[in-house]
Design a protein. Structure first.
Length: 127
């Protein structure tokens, strides 16, 4: 099952992270959580890891709408977007909201989910 929308980039990790943040902002997403896996693994486990950042992106209007339908949806928020290096290549990847919300099986969520997914895909496409 494909659960992400992914793109290999011709950018450095730093440029990719910056561009990802910019494109998320253009689509109305704010970053509400951020995890730097490389730094965390070094600090907590004293192991080296590739550059890898998890950005928890939230579009407040959409989040408000879905939470009005089902308060438990907060367990599936925010939309995670990752920027990472693997074998010298840089990637950006985002969760597909249709897959995440699909497990809930609530048709009221479908139009909101589609709207958010279209925006997430534009973010990735524009990097």
């Amino acid at each position: 099952m494909q659960y992400s929308y992914k793109k290999q980039l011709n950018l450095s990790f730093e440029e990719a992270e910056k561009k990802t943040r910019e494109e998320l902002a253009k689509e109305g997403f704010g970053i509400i959580t951020e995890i730097n896996a490389k730094a965390t693994f070094k600090k907590k486990l004293d192991v080296d890891f590739d550059n890898y950042i998890i950005l928890g992106a939230c579009q407040p209007k959409s989040a408000y709408r879905v939470l009005q339908i089902d308060k438990e949806i907060g367990l599936l928020l925010p939309c995670n977007v990752i920027v990472y290096e693997d074998n010298g290549s840089v990637y950006v990847s985002a969760i597909l909201p249709s897959i995440a919300m699909g497990m809930v099986n609530n048709l009221e969520l479908t139009p909101i989910t589609k709207e958010v997914e279209d925006k997430i895909k534009r973010v990735v496409d524009n990097i």
